[in-house]
Design a protein around this ligand. Structure first.
Ligand SMILES: [Zn+2]
Length: 230
């Protein structure tokens, strides 16, 4: 049972990607249990393109738990399904990904969350330029279909044909998103190993550096997120 702990205002909010096993509100309890001030979570199974509708009672429980423990929605960042490839050259995969993005943003709204983070996509046998155009197209479509949730693009390691290994690629996508108030970037500090720099006065350090300084991080969590929005 998670203790009833209210988060005090801080300059930095640090947390982990927590499980939703047993119910989406369990993510809040898990974050409290490990002393998180922020958290990331999946909004459903990573194995299925179609998911059961979000249970209204579960959504209410999630919002109540957030309020009880003092988690502001701005410090909660859902992570998109790994199945999604909004830049896929395959029409069926693109279409399913586009629909899933709309579904994910709708779930965020129902949970009272204001941001949604996802891996931009991969060009496979297409070109990076075409891939980036498709990603922006999927984002624009999702913005039209859903209320004000902000789509947050995560930077990537640049493996294979993935987009987002270069900040210029994220910039290209953002340039083609019509509503600039609804797009941002999540910097994955685990893979951004070559960068140590300041953004908005936040010193971005890699995972190991945080742990060495005694900040509580976890062996199985690959990502330590520090959030910012352009
Ligand atoms: Zn990620």
């Amino acid at each position: 049972m998670a203790q009833k702990r209210k988060i005090k205002p801080k300059k930095k909010y640090i947390g982990a990607h927590v499980s939703i096993s047993g119910g989406i509100w369990k993510a809040v309890e898990s974050s409290v249990a490990i002393g998180g001030h922020a958290f990331a979570l999946f909004l459903g199974s990573q194995r299925c393109w179609t998911r059961p509708a979000l249970d209204t009672a579960a959504a209410v429980k999630f919002q109540e738990a957030c309020a009880q423990h003092g988690f502001d929605p701005i410090h909660i960042l859902p992570h998109g399904s790994y199945l999604m490839n909004c830049g896929s050259p395959k029409e069926d995969v693109f279409s399913k990904s586009q629909n899933m993005l709309v579904d994910e943003l709708s779930r965020c709204s129902a949970l009272g969350l204001s941001q949604f983070n996802f891996h931009p996509g991969a060009s496979i046998d297409s070109t990076p330029e075409k891939c980036m155009e498709k990603i922006a197209q999927a984002i624009n479509h999702a913005h039209q279909q859903t209320p004000a949730v902000i789509t947050v693009l995560e930077n990537m390691s640049g493996q294979g044909s993935t987009i987002g290994g270069q900040f210029s690629e994220l910039r290209s996508i953002i340039d083609s998103v019509r509503d600039k108030t609804r797009v941002g970037v999540c910097l994955d500090t685990y893979i951004t190993t070559n960068y140590l720099f300041y953004i908005n006065n936040v010193y971005i350090r890699k995972h190991d550096a945080l742990r060495a300084r005694g900040v509580k991080t976890f062996e199985h969590d690959e990502d330590v997120y520090i959030f910012f929005i352009f």
